[in-house]
Design a protein around this ligand. Sequence first.
Ligand code: GLA
Length: 386
Amino acid sequence: MNTTTRAGALAGRFEATFGAAPDGLWAAPGRVNLIGEHTDYNEGFVLPFAIDKRATTAVRLRNDSTIRLLSTVGDRGLVEADAAALTPGTVTGWAKYPLGVVWALRQSGIEVPGFELLLDSDVPLGAGLSSSHAIECAVVTALNELTGAGLSAEDMVTLTRHAENAFVGAPTGIMDQSASLRGASGHAVFLDCRDQSAELVPFPAQEAGLVLLVIDTKVAHSHADGGYASRRASCELGAGILGVTALRDVAVAGLEEASGLLDPVTFRRVRHIVTENDRVLQTVATLRSQGPARIGGLLDASHASMRDDFEISCPELDLAVDTARSHGAIGARMTGGGFGGSAIALTPVQDERQVRAAVVRAFAEAGFTAPDIFTVTPAAGAERLS
Ligand code: GLA
């Protein structure tokens, strides 16, 4: 089903379910991160892009404070809540994403009334492609417009981070929602997470004869689990000992001195962040001067750093990366928070079939669950569809 047909079907289903047409339809994409992992909460640099897979919401405001939520994804029943009585930590399942946004909007003084919402999404769940942020960004874009709140993209980024951190309970940064809200077709979003300044950097993979393959390892991960939070704590510990506001303030040249001040594990965590920030800057410069075909080595170095220094990879991600590389990909790395989820492999078009087949074979031989492999392209950020 193409996007227009799918949106039309969603509007029809909304009307059949809730008895009236929606006020409108809003969509927001998932993301892949090209490079710059765990740098966002260290006030550093990231280079994600919005992908051509997105969450779509049909929404209609109500005159009372009742919220009624329904999703077409999976077999999930109607969820009801009171907009005026939301409490962090009490909501489970997918409803915590839209309700977290309502809670955060109301916390910031925006009067959100009740509404009916029907969600559809083709962002794979749990694949590390920010399916949850896609929902949050579609919802915040819809409610911003429907309530006339007048929030900027930067405001909505801050607000959805608050929803994630305080309502959902995941101590994440601002990368995912920035890609979803600020992405543009054909471009990656080069974001400075200290001040939210962003530049769009062309990523003309197709013109360069390349595809970006996503290899979903099917290994479940959660940013509300201990691994993500413990890496964040190590970064804060390192910044504290080094006497800087955030690890963004440590230069590659400062690593030698840092090694004498930090315990070995904290030092390796710090080294990942410091070198990763540098790799983002190098990737942006290389994309601008030479194009996507020359960034492979930076992607590989990023993966090695996450595997060895930050220790957030897993056997399935390493196998996906190594196999893709040895069968034609010019660069590959895990993407997102780690401990599962997806890898990306920048691959010449003529090697795509061979890489796919080799990864599927390698997973079968290792006794791993079969991966899902698909291509993504940089797509538009959140928008109103109708
Ligand atoms: C998750 C978080 C982001 C970011 C990445 C790691 O996707 O939501 O804020 O920290 O992990 O780069």
